[in-house]
Design a protein around this ligand. Structure first.
Ligand SMILES: [Zn+2]
Length: 680
């Protein structure tokens, strides 16, 4: 376990600060500092690696009793890359050669730099990674590696990338492998190509779905291959340490944006298959910011991908954010420490703050420093010191902790993200739909897994699975989902399950094999109006979004109708389990503006499915308490994080009951000892 701070993004901070900074880090109780090992800085002269500043920092860290995490920034290329490797530029969707530049927050090196589908660029990058691994594998104060920062590769490409000849070749080879040659592609895409040379990736959104979805899928797979490449190059010399990496957000939230395809930075679940662990960046007080529920689901989404492996909170906001001259709110020590313990309560084994000192260049200048000038720096270090000491005091206990296996899941189908992006240039509908359920489960403090459609190992641990925005379900998941219900699971499925293929072709109702297996059919899409935009299900009022698809039912139980008699919710049995079908997208409706009716629906569905936590915890109304429980060896731990005014919680288990008062804005860890919860 560790609590660390990002320290060096070359060439800052300057050497004259090293000694005093490291001393204060140690005094605060930090375990380690993170260094950005940037290709563009280390190999400023082709073939000559200069690690002088890192050597110095490793030595100084050791002298001060601190460890080091190395973050390899191979995606920021040396300024010479295009000179030394001619024709290595990426090519955008308009056929233009991409001109690289410095990244807004990195003073040295080029982005996006050369295309890694160019073998020469990849080889040079690999040599850099090997050089770094070779040099520091023997350092006894190295904790491990973060081998890819936020899975970045196309920053500032200023167009959709990449359409260079190397990427086109890789895309066509991948397609051929997927479909079994040209004949297979023609069958799948329903076209009449006569040469691979004629097959092009999708150009932009708003055209046919097929080639865009395939290109997006290729980019996701390419990210997986790329991370395996980075991992192997480091592993070649460092045989033992953890090699992790982290995203800017969890994959479920990566809907894409200006000049970025959804999931083109990869999919946490696939990426983590190739790593020892995974993490994520979190800046809850940056820009529009996000609340504790969102912080919670971001961590849970990464934990779900990292199951059985290490999970880090890889970038956690240090001080006030900056973007140009915009001033953001100061980071309070209370919120900050609650983020830390929130992370630990969900199984994180490391926290890395971004960053120690305020930045000094570009749009991030004057921001982000734990020790920065936002008026709360002294209080922050004081409060973090308490967290660091507590973590160290019980390090073994916390290190062995993992929250209990969740019994609730949310289905994540990347294919629906690809199709939505192909339509609109952003996968907002599936993103909001998935996040809606996650947000509600956070509000209810019910633990859950994100279940990615090709990672179904833990599906049968679950009692309930929510399927938001299920317009596509890839064929590999179908049998597992049917088995899940037959064995007794509850499947909550939103409108138009299985309405499209994974290549974006519309399935007529009679071709929806999965829906048919569940006995589901509908009357087609109808517009929302004032009669169907909300409906009563049991005791809860639910809101509709996007459309309704009135359900057709030969058997089963009708749960809700609109004023025109359309069936908007129904229940059907299958084997030992059941399907609850909704004729609209309630998760999406909730995501934008949370309301209690949806929470009531999620809660009653979970309870009726027999989900039980070790503790039953009652919180006061409007309380900001979040909690998680699990085991460390045989010891049961309970984390209570109070993000608000002082509150009481009533904790019941077996025949016992204990009322626990919590101070305002406090993190609390309890250990169950002889029938009593004892504070650590
Ligand atoms: Zn390329």
């Amino acid at each position: 376990m560790f609590i660390a701070a990002q320290y060096f993004r070359p060439p800052f901070p300057k050497q004259r600060y090293f000694e005093e900074d490291l001393k204060l880090m140690k005094k605060t109780g930090f375990t380690a500092l993170q260094l950005w090992v940037m290709w563009g800085w280390v190999e400023s002269d082709p073939g000559k690696y200069n690690f002088d500043d890192y050597d110095l920092l490793f030595d100084m860290a050791k002298k001060n009793g601190l460890k080091v995490i190395l973050s390899t920034i191979a995606e920021i290329h040396p300024f010479w890359i295009h000179r030394v490797v001619p024709d290595s530029n990426m090519v955008d969707h308009m056929g233009n050669k991409v001109i690289s530049s410095c990244r807004s927050e990195s003073n040295v090196g080029l982005t996006p730099g050369g295309c890694t589908d160019n073998p020469k660029v990849k080889e040079l990058m690999g040599s850099f990674l090997e050089a770094a691994a070779k040099r520091y594998a023997k350092a006894d104060n190295l904790i491990g590696w973060d081998c890819w920062n936020e899975f970045r590769w196309n920053v500032n490409a200023d167009g959709y990338v990449c359409y260079c000849p190397h990427t086109l070749k890789a895309f066509r080879e991948w397609l051929s492998g997927e479909h079994g040659g040209l004949k297979g592609i023609n069958e799948a895409w329903q076209r009449r190509y006569t040469s691979f040379q004629d097959i092009l990736p999708g150009k932009t959104f708003g055209r046919t779905y097929t080639e865009m979805m395939e290109f997006e899928r290729f980019l996701t797979k390419r990210a997986t291959e790329h991370i395996a490449f980075r991992y192997e190059r480091i592993r070649k010399y460092d045989k033992t340490r953890v090699i992790s990496a982290h995203g800017a957000s969890p994959a479920i939230s990566m809907g894409g944006n200006d000049f970025e395809h959804t999931l083109s930075r990869g999919n946490d679940f696939e990426l983590t298959d190739k790593l020892d662990g995974c993490g994520c960046s979190h800046f809850p007080f940056g820009g529009g910011g996000f609340d504790f529920n969102e912080f919670g689901f971001r961590v849970e989404a990464v934990r779900s991908a990292a199951r059985g492996k290490t999970m880090w909170v890889s970038e956690l906001q240090g001080g006030s954010a900056r973007w140009g001259i915009d001033v953001h709110k100061s980071v309070t020590p209370e919120a900050q420490n609650n983020w830390v313990w929130n992370g630990f309560s969900r199984g994180a084994k490391g926290i890395i703050f971004w960053c120690w000192r305020d930045e000094v260049f570009g749009v991030e200048s004057s921001g982000f420093g734990l020790t920065g000038n936002d008026g709360l720096e002294k209080e922050r270090l004081k409060a973090l010191s308490v967290s660091c000491n507590k973590m160290r005091e019980h390090e073994k206990l916390f290190d062995g902790y993992m929250q209990d296996d969740p019994q609730v899941g949310i289905f994540f189908e990347p294919d629906t993200y690809y199709m939505k992006w192909a339509e609109k240039g952003h996968a907002d509908d599936p993103v909001e739909s998935v996040e809606g359920y996650a947000r509600a489960l956070e509000k209810l403090n019910i633990s859950y897994d994100i279940v990615e459609s090709s990672h179904l190992k833990y599906l049968n641990n679950l009692k309930v699975l929510f399927m938001p925005w299920p317009l596509i379900v890839n064929k590999n998941a179908k049998t597992a989902l049917i088995d899940f219900v037959k064995k007794g699971g509850t499947l909550v499925v939103e409108s138009e399950m299985d309405a499209y293929t994974s290549l974006g072709f519309y399935n007529y109702p009679e071709d929806r094999t999965l829906a048919a297996a569940f006995g589901l059919s509908d009357e087609g899409r109808r517009q929302l109006n004032n009669k169907n935009s909300a409906f009563i299900l049991g005791t809860n009022k639910l809101k509709s979004a996007t459309w309704i698809t009135p359900l057709k039912f030969e058997d089963g139980e009708v749960l809700a109708k609109d004023a025109d008699g359309n069936v908007l919710a129904a229940e059907k049995k299958l084997g030992n389990g059941k399907i609850i079908a909704l004729a609209t997208f309630c998760g999406k409706a909730y995501s934008g503006s949370p309301y209690t009716g949806f929470e009531g629906f999620v809660k009653s569905t979970v309870e009726n499915s027999g989900v039980k936590s070790f503790f039953d915890i009652k919180r006061e109304k409007n309380s900001g308490v979040q909690w998680r429980t699990g085991l460390s060896g045989k010891e049961r731990l309970l984390f209570l994080i109070n993000n608000g005014k002082s509150a009481k919680v009533t904790v019941s288990w077996n025949t016992k009951k204990q009322i626990i008062p919590l101070k305002a804005w406090s993190w609390n860890v309890f250990n169950l000892k002889k029938g009593t919860l004892v504070k650590k």
